[in-house]
Design a protein around this ligand. Sequence first.
Ligand code: NAD
Ligand code: UFG
Length: 337
Amino acid sequence: MKILVTGGAGYIGSHTCVELLEAGHDLVVVDNLCNSKAAAIDRVLEIADGSLRLIELDIRDTAALTEVFQSERVDAVIHFAGLKAVGESTDLPVEYYDNNVGGTISLLQAMDAGDVRTIVFSSSATVYGDPHQVPITEDFPLTATNPYGWSKLMVEQVLKDLQASDERWSITLLRYFNPVGAHPSGLIGEDPNGIPNNLMPYISQVAIGKLDRLRVFGDDYPTRDGTGVRDYIHVVDLAQGHLAALDTHATTPGAHIYNLGTGSGVSVLEMRAAFEEACEQAIPYEIVDRRPGDIAECWADPSRARVALNWQATKSLMDMTRDGWRWQSRNPDGYQE
Ligand code: NAD
Ligand code: UFG
């Protein structure tokens, strides 16, 4: 198949491009590089052979995007492009709605004009808000607590409404839990701008000496060691979930929704300990106040994806920390030379 990947130069997109190329697909990547570098695509092509064309374009430019669909015979779209920083979304709500919701609407218009009606969308476990229990199944109530989360929920609704109005569409909503780690080659990985917000890149930068210590946001949650518990999933497992979704649904119209997680939770202190083992050095830390908006625990029931997509995460916590550390230690400044 020829697949158009929006946001394919980003963290999850680049890992998915590798898996798609290795499976023999041809790729067109559309990315405005607002949170990524073209070097990521060069690295993708060092890992995997195949056909990949990078087009530097903002998906809100509907006219230019429509031309891409006219000139390339695309079979399906995987849609990663968007802004993802929860805290920033509270300060810049209009930018978030414009990029994430407006960008998706522009994409859907260009797809429709190009007669392409299969889309796999990057949603998030954030659409479950503070879940009433764990593990979380796909039919749990949906809500949001910040503009980023609302933008994901709004896009989910747009896609469901579109499919309900025109049964030719195949839409798949993949709700990711916490993607971490990097490709085992050490060539591609997460390259955050500035001080990382997320746990694993933060720990990595403590290990490499860029940050002095981990700040653990609260040790008084009702969890086994008092720190927050999340369902961390290796980014390569996550990438393979996209292939499974395409294999299963590229030619199956309908609205398909899946959790992509491992099904088990890891605490902040457990993640720190696993990272210490991977990098063979101590990660200093201190306990500080809870981060506003954080929840105690969140992990997936991934059984729907296991049954319907024949997919499940196979990589361990040690794979996540070892691969994350390999990427960080070999590329201390990310894609910057
Ligand atoms: P990322 O920032 O690394 O990748 C997003 C890519 O989209 C970047 O390359 C960026 O340049 C591009 N982009 C942004 N706006 C664009 C636009 N208007 N036009 C063209 N390109 C644009 O983020 P990621 O971690 O790879 O996340 C990918 C998707 O998965 C996002 O939609 C994100 O919300 C979602 N998601 C991420 C996580 C996570 O923890 N990383 C969790 C759940 C969901
Ligand atoms: N944490 C720390 N110190 C840090 C960073 C994080 O203690 O410096 C803790 C948090 O309090 C939380 C856990 O580590 O308990 C994980 O935090 P992350 O920021 O890595 O991840 P979140 O679960 O808060 O959020 C992530 C994405 C969101 C997405 C959500 C659900 O950042 O975009 O998962 O998928 F919505």
